[in-house]
Design a protein around this ligand. Sequence first.
Ligand SMILES: Cc1cc2nc3c(=O)[nH]c(=O)nc-3n(C[C@H](O)[C@H](O)[C@H](O)COP(=O)(O)O)c2cc1C
Length: 181
Amino acid sequence: METEKAILGRRSVRSYLDKPIPEEVVNQLLKAGAMAPSAMDAQPCRYIVLSDKSKIIDLSGKVKAKLGGLGAGMRFAEMMKVKEDVIFYGAPLVILIVAEKGEWAPIDCSLAAQNMMLRGYDLGLGSCFIGFARMLNQDKEALSSIGIKESQEIICPLIFGYPKSWPHAKNREAKVQKMIE
Ligand SMILES: Cc1cc2nc3c(=O)[nH]c(=O)nc-3n(C[C@H](O)[C@H](O)[C@H](O)COP(=O)(O)O)c2cc1C
C-alpha cells in the first residue's frame, strides 16, 4: 500500500469481527513498531501482546472500575456501568507498548504506535489507540499479572482487529500557526 493511502485512509475502529489475527500478521505489526525511530536509537519499547479474550475482558473491567471511580467525570462514570467492553471494544488483539519510565520513552513508543497502526491498516486491520487503558498504570496487581515491571509503564495501549465496517476517511488540514519565509 502506498504510504499516502495508508495515512489518508486510516481511522480509529471501534467495532470488530470475532476473528483472530494470524501470528504472522501480529509479527508484522511488531516489526513495524520495531522499525520506528527512537531517541539515540535506544529502542525502549517493549510489547505486551494479549489475544486471550478472558484476559482482555478482565483488564477492560479493571480500567472501567478505575474510570468509574473517578467521580469528577460523571459522563465516564455512567459510561463505565455498562456490561460491554467499552474500553477495548471486543478487539481480538491488544498490544500494550510499555517502557522503562523515562523522558524520551513516550515519544519513542508513540512513533512505534503510529507505525503499527498504519502497518495494520495496510494488512487489512482496524486499530485504535486506547488512552483510557493507561489507567492500568495505577493498578500494580494488574500490571504484574501481565508481566509489566514496576520500573515500567504502559505508554501506548493499542487494539487491532478485522473491522465490522470501515469508518469513512476524514479530511483534516494542518493548523499552521506561522509560516516564516
Ligand atoms: C493519545 C490518544 C488516546 C486515545 N484514547 C482513546 C480511548 O481511550 N478510547 C477511544 O475510543 N479512542 C481513543 N483515541 C482515539 C481518538 O479518539 C481518535 O484518534 C480521534 O477521534 C481521531 O479519529 P481517527 O483516529 O479516526 O482519525 C485516542 C487517540 C489518541 C491519539
